[in-house]
Write a protein of this length. Structure first.
Length: 95
C-alpha cells in the first residue's frame, strides 16, 4: 500500500453499483470521524441493458451514467464501482 501525504483528502467517497436493472449511486462523507450518507440516487435503465454480462446498448448506458452523475453534481474524480460477479463487464467505455 502506498500513501501520498501531499494529496488532499477527498471531500466525499462515491460508490456506484451497476446492475442489469439500473445504476445506484451513494455519496458518503466523513463527519466527526463517522461515515454519513450525504446522498443516494437510483437511475433505472429504460430497457434491458445488460444481458449475459454484456452491455446491449452502450449509448443508452453512457447516457444513463452521465445523467446520474450530472444530477448529483459530482466534482470528485474517483468513483468506486461495484459489479455483481455474475455479470462482470469486460469492456472499455469512452465518455
Amino acid at each position: 500500500m502506498t500513501f501520498n501525504f501531499f494529496k488532499k483528502a477527498q471531500k466525499a467517497h462515491i460508490g456506484l453499483d451497476i446492475t442489469p436493472e439500473g445504476l445506484t449511486l451513494v455519496i458518503l462523507t466523513i463527519k466527526n470521524k463517522k461515515l454519513m450518507v450525504k446522498n443516494y440516487a437510483y437511475e433505472p435503465f429504460q430497457e434491458a441493458m445488460i444481458q449475459n454480462g454484456i452491455i446491449s446498448n452502450p449509448e443508452v448506458f453512457i447516457q444513463t451514467f452521465k445523467k446520474i452523475i450530472e444530477n448529483q453534481k459530482i466534482e470528485e474524480k474517483t468513483i468506486n464501482i461495484a459489479l455483481p460477479s455474475n455479470i462482470t463487464l469486460i469492456k472499455t467505455i469512452s465518455l
